[in-house]
Design a protein around this ligand. Structure first.
Ligand code: CA2
Length: 148
């Protein structure tokens, strides 16, 4: 069970600024939490972050044949990137959208996700725990797809 966690722009700044919105955990802290849970669930995870849209597109394309599922916090690209949406749709690797904050309770421009229509579902608003929920959902999808 191979699950690829991809993180978009500015998430490398987590824990340093806006703790009231995004919490005090750094991305490395979140990765450690996800790794702990993944060990218990016997899932193999890979965790990456990029500020570059094209790099995220390349990683989504490379996931074909190398990952069972992608858990994606596309950050601001969620609301702007047709390129990420097209990549998800093109490769056909099941993808779960996650966010730390409840994007629907924030500014109107965050209410629209361009990637939501090509993702299995969306998890948002649980802080770092959104990542653990993303992992749990991913494992559930993979196990269900392998059970006759
Ligand atoms: O809530 C989320 O996870 C978001 O994907 C975070 C994005 C935001 O654009 C989305 O609307 C919702 C922003 C990530 C930037 O992270 C920062 C971390 C520390 C300080 C400033 C930004």
């Amino acid at each position: 069970m191979k699950i690829l966690f991809l993180n978009g722009p500015n998430l490398n700044l987590l824990g340093q600024r806006e703790p009231d919105v995004y919490g005090r955990a750094t991305l490395a802290d979140i990765e450690a939490q996800v790794r702990d849970r993944a060990r218990a669930l016997k899932a193999d995870i890979e965790f990456r972050q990029s500020n570059v849209e094209g790099e995220l597109v390349a990683w989504i394309q490379q996931a074909k044949g190398t990952a069972d599922l992608i858990v994606l916090n596309a950050a601001a690209y969620t609301h702007t990137s047709i390129a990420l949406r097209d990549a998800i749709a093109a490769v056909g690797v099941p993808t779960i959208e996650i966010h730390l904050s409840n994007v629907h309770a924030r500014e109107e421009f965050r209410h629209k996700s361009l990637i939501a229509p090509v993702c299995l579902g969306q998890i948002c608003g649980f802080g770092a725990y959104s990542y653990v929920l993303g992992l749990e959902a991913a494992v559930n999808v993979i196990v269900s797809s392998k059970t006759p």
